[in-house]
Design a protein around this ligand. Structure first.
Ligand code: CUA
Length: 350
């Protein structure tokens, strides 16, 4: 058995590798822009406290139950080995004590479950509480993209955007959710739990983020072929930045500054683009696809599918079906020069 010590060494190394792998995954899971265990706002923080309280208490109880079961097993085996006499059960002091212990443990279980229920109910109530004055945003789900309306008491100030959600930090924002086709689900793991977007029904939640940053929301309800490619960057601004961003976003699209972009605008308006997409301030009113008034400043295209680069934009316009099969965007066969002009125009839409 000369291989014995070597095998032990191999096993040790393998177990060390597995342990460091688990640790790496656990540490990586503690931060990030799409992580339910890295709360970035009061609602998710209170849910996290509830989660950890339940996990810790349940773990302690689980360990206690397993230890008690093992202890019972071992003591029973020892007894059967040592004592082969038949066991005669008579009500005695020990039996009464055991009944007392079992009754006490059942009572403790009921009390713990009741405490969890009250805690859970309190957190749920706090999440549903309506703050006095808030910004309201309407979020409408489509297969497979997000339509975003920034509501203002003055209807002429309504700002329509798509595939990006901008909110101010440090104040609750009401998000009203609905759907244009099938059931979707809005989920920003760092900020708030899931809420469904249901056709013909408007639900609502309050987003509240601590500080500026970029988070990642995802459709969390299977909604068809491209469900996985229905993401939504959530950009949290400081209040001053948000006010400036909204004022800028409400203004109509800028006029093209160079001849290539001007040519691109003509292609956009004459071709199929404007029959599906709207751009505020120009003769493009399509509502089938996302509003493109600010496409040039978005981080991603195709609802979080690709980074917003020139190359990706071109590839998406020419052959969206190979990137997101089933999406309603048709292929557009354009001459190279026309495509370049069109991209130049789209990039001016900030
Ligand atoms: Cu929309 Cu899944």
């Amino acid at each position: 058995m000369a291989r014995g010590p070597r095998c032990v060494e191999h096993a040790r190394r393998a177990s060390r590798r597995v342990a460091s792998g688990i640790l790496a995954v656990a540490v990586a899971g503690c931060a990030g822009s799409q992580n339910v265990l890295d709360p970035a706002g009061p609602p998710n923080r209170s849910v996290n406290h509830l989660f950890w309280a339940m996990l810790i208490v349940s773990s302690i109880i689980w360990v206690a139950v397993v230890v008690a079961a093992l202890w019972a097993l071992i003591s029973r085996r020892r007894r059967t080995r040592e004592d082969l006499e038949p066991v005669v059960i008579v009500p005695n002091e020990r039996h009464r004590r055991e009944v007392g212990i079992v009754t006490g443990l059942v009572g403790a279980t009921v009390v713990i479950l009741l405490l969890f229920l009250v805690y859970d109910f309190t957190v749920g109530r706090a999440l549903a509480e309506r703050p006095s004055r808030t910004l309201t945003i309407e979020l409408i789900g489509h297969q497979w993209w997000w339509e975003v309306h920034y509501i203002d008491p003055d209807p002429s100030k309504l700002m329509v955007d798509a595939n990006e959600l901008h909110i101010p930090a440090g104040e609750p924002v009401q998000v009203k959710l609905s759907s244009q086709d099938v059931i979707h689900s809005f989920w920003v793991p760092n900020i708030i739990g899931k809420r469904d977007l249901i056709p013909g029904y408007t639900s609502s939640l309050f987003l509240d983020a601590d500080k500026p940053g970029v988070y990642h929301a995802q459709c969390a309800e299977f909604c068809g072929l491209e469900h996985a490619k229905m993401a939504l960057p959530v950009i949290v601004h400081s209040r001053a930045d948000f006010t400036a961003w909204l004022a800028e976003a409400r203004s109509p699209a800028a006029e093209p500054s160079d001849s290539s972009a001007a040519e691109g605008k003509k292609i956009f308006l004459a071709g199929t683009c404007s029959s599906c997409h709207a751009v505020t301030g120009v003769e493009a009113y399509g509502t089938i696809g996302p509003n493109l008034t600010h496409i040039g400043s978005r981080r991603t295209i195709a609802a979080g599918t690709l980074p917003n680069t020139r190359g990706n934009l071109g590839g998406w316009i020419v052959d969206p079906q190979s990137i997101k099969p089933g999406a309603r965007m048709p292929s557009n066969q354009l001459a190279g020069k026309d495509l370049r002009n069109l991209i130049d125009y789209l990039e001016t839409l900030k």
